[in-house]
Design a protein around this ligand. Structure first.
Ligand code: PMV
Length: 324
């Protein structure tokens, strides 16, 4: 009873921040993202009646107790659905350095969900996989699909799932991640989603996402970066204002984050079509079209405070593989 699946991280153009139901990971707002080709997780799952406990390795090393508990809880959902109690051996590998500032939980839980479901011969469609992956990590709901993805917030477990907006080959966009810090974040996104409710700006941001979502959808469908860019910058800033105005406040930015935001504005004034977005961390994602990526990379490389650059394009969703 084994299977293996590969899935990519995703970068949100309209972010998910704040939950209405923590147990089910039901978000307060719809979100839109691009699944990445260069930041992926491959996970092999083998269920066995002979195992006394679940076993988890990440990049060939035994995982922490906390990581194992989270994975076991997620496997319980899949086991419950298949009507089995067997424990599993889980081997997970990332194609990108952990702690390089690229969130890995979306890729990890999308791959884990798909591999576990396939190992137990559960036949789930995309929406069902998305709902199940969402329970492990909200943003994993979107990594089930490749390319450009819309996650409908919904109001309950059944109505909250992602759907495909356009496949990866629809539009050749690049995400140039300017890594300025590699430390683990001090406050997890789970805690952040909880704190969002304490910000007086939460309602304003949610109202703004309602206006931005159709623009981002149109921009993606029409492949218009000049329409997409201002929307993603507005939403990333609004999300960080909610974070910074939570009680206690969450400051994910480093001084270099603001320096990069200003640099992007200058580059744009000089005629380079590049826009930024920022997740729950200090690193800045520079969004441009493939034709401009070399220019963007050259400019980022010239900044002495950027430690590492990761370049990703739109990638596939879940890919089932032959277990090694
Ligand atoms: O899925 P989580 O709980 O790691 O939350 C993701 C939060 C952001 O990356 C900041 C935004 C998003 O929509 O991906």
């Amino acid at each position: 009873m084994r299977a293996q699946a590969d899935a990519g991280a995703n970068i949100a153009f309209i972010k998910y921040w704040g939950v209405r139901d923590e147990a089910l990971n039901l978000p307060l707002n719809d979100s839109i993202s691009m699944t990445l080709d260069a930041a992926r997780t491959t996970t092999a799952v083998e269920f066995s009646p002979r195992l006394a406990d679940d076993v988890l390795t990440i990049n060939d090393k035994p995982a922490s107790e906390a990581a194992l508990r989270r994975v076991s809880r997620h496997l319980d959902l899949v086991r419950e659905r298949a009507g089995v109690t067997w424990r599993a051996r889980v081997r997970s590998r990332n194609t990108f350095p952990m702690g390089a500032g690229v969130a890995s939980s979306a890729a990890a839980f999308a791959a884990l969900t798909a591999a576990a479901a396939a190992a137990l011969r559960l036949e789930l469609d995309g929406a069902e996989l998305s709902r199940l992956a969402r329970r492990g990590s909200g943003s994993a709901a979107r990594s089930v699909y490749g390319g450009y993805v819309w996650w409908h917030a919904g109001t309950d477990d059944t109505s909250s799932f992602a759907e495909l907006l356009a496949p990866p080959e629809h539009w050749d966009v690049r995400d140039v991640v300017a890594v300025v810090a590699t430390a683990e974040k001090a406050v997890s996104s789970a805690e952040g989603h909880r704190l969002a409710h304490t910000s007086p700006f939460l309602r304003a941001r949610l109202a703004q996402t309602q206006r931005l979502l159709p623009c981002v959808r149109e921009a993606v469908l029409r492949r218009e970066l000049a329409l997409l860019g201002p929307c993603i910058e507005a939403d990333a800033l609004a999300m960080h204002f909610v974070m910074m105005s939570s009680r206690p406040p969450l400051f994910y930015w480093a001084p270099e984050t603001l320096a990069l935001i200003k640099a992007v504005h200058l580059w744009r004034e000089a005629g380079l079509a590049v826009y930024f977005t920022i997740d729950a961390g200090p690193n800045v994602h520079l969004i441009c079209e493939a034709a401009d990526v070399e220019q963007v990379i050259a400019r980022v490389q010239a900044l002495e405070y950027v430690r590492e650059i990761i370049v990703a394009g739109p990638g596939p969703g879940i890919v089932l593989q032959e277990p090694a």
